[in-house]
Design a protein around this ligand. Structure first.
Ligand code: MG
Length: 343
């Protein structure tokens, strides 16, 4: 009998505000909570599955049900992760949930937080942004006023009133902004014109302004834009990063796209070595997956790790923000415990 066992259950995150981006709106996010047990240690993991990414609690349940740890007589992280990745194609968030729980166990076995295992300095973590979804101006201003502790905001563009939105935000804050278009613009010339205008508004980067299919237009834009063009939808895993070199100035790596920490770390290191700006982001997630991602933030120039601050029912210990930076947990593993015994 294997010494490694897994259990999982679906959970629904309730968002504090309706979340609207250029293509859809929602008030909840379906996730799966995963627990892996080994030698008396419990590792926690999470799959966050916003519907547009194509995974669901049903697909994750199917994937996680296929896992059989009986072939592993000892805890060999790399071999186990190779096996998880080989079970099926896709299922990146479901794979991430297992990867996170296994890394949590690894840290607990070694008695070290992940960033220590990776020899990363928590003092090098960049400021993390707080995301403001598309909304009417009154609500937008209200949301900006509610933000506390963050020193960069991320706004969602791609509606018909982008400039008005930025001006509304600017009427109540002078904090630097990141802008995320979620593929919402159609023309490279318009995107370039907007990039110049946004730079004047102290917008420091522009995420996925055009469709991920328009590689040539993205490369044209990235060559000319006065602020960095960052990939999100266009780059999920390492092979996408290799294929898209030159199309963007940087990449927003997220555990739910990269199938977890192991590949996210490789992608961030690869981007750094290939003149791409490394950024770490998240979906609407609990502090479980975001704590995991936070351990990689010292590798990055930018961070957008606001997931647990956007939800009402986080079942894990809260993370804190200090001087605009997420405080990377110092306990072994990912460093957050479950506070509701819900698995
Ligand atoms: Mg994005």
């Amino acid at each position: 009998m294997s010494s490694i066992s897994i259990s999982f259950r679906p959970f629904t995150l309730d968002l504090k505000h309706q979340f609207t981006v250029s293509s859809y709106s929602r008030v909840t996010t379906p996730i799966m909570l995963v627990e892996i047990n080994h030698e008396g240690f419990t590792g926690y993991g999470e799959a966050s599955m916003p519907p547009y990414l194509g995974e669901s609690q049903e697909s994750a349940t199917r994937f996680l049900s296929k896992i059989n740890f009986s072939r592993f007589k000892s805890f060999q992280l790399d071999e186990i992760l190779d096996y998880i990745d080989s079970i099926d194609v896709g299922n990146n968030a479901a794979k991430a949930s297992v990867d996170i729980a296994l890394h949590d166990i690894q840290g607990k076995l070694l008695g070290k937080p992940l960033h220590k295992i990776w020899d990363l300095d928590p003092l090098k973590a960049p400021l993390t942004s707080f995301t403001i979804g598309i909304d009417d101006h009154a609500k937008l201003i209200q949301k900006v006023k509610e933000v506390e502790g963050f020193e960069i905001l991320k706004i969602k563009l791609g509606s018909s009133s982008d400039k008005e939105m930025v001006k509304a935000v600017r009427s109540v804050t002078s904090l630097p902004l990141m802008a995320d278009v979620n593929q919402g613009w159609n023309s490279k010339e318009y995107a370039l014109e907007m990039a110049y205008w946004l730079k004047d508004q102290n917008v420091i980067l522009l995420e996925q302004p055009l469709s991920k299919e328009n590689i040539d237009d993205l490369a044209w834009l990235s060559e000319r834009s006065p602020i960095p063009i960052i990939a999100d939808e266009g780059i999920k895993r390492m092979d996408d990063l290799q294929k898209n070199l030159g199309a963007y100035n940087g990449v927003n790596v997220k555990l739910m796209k990269s199938a977890g920490l192991r590949e996210a770390k490789k992608m961030l290191e690869f981007s750094k070595n290939h003149n791409m700006i490394p950024m770490i982001g998240c979906m609407t997630e609990t502090s479980c997956a975001v704590a995991a991602a936070s351990h990689l933030s010292p590798l990055c120039n930018f961070a957008d790790l606001d997931g647990p601050f956007l939800i009402k029912n986080n079942p894990f210990e809260e993370l804190s923000i200090k001087n605009g930076t997420i405080v990377i947990p110092s306990k072994p593993g990912i460093g957050v415990d479950i506070i509701q015994n819900i698995i």
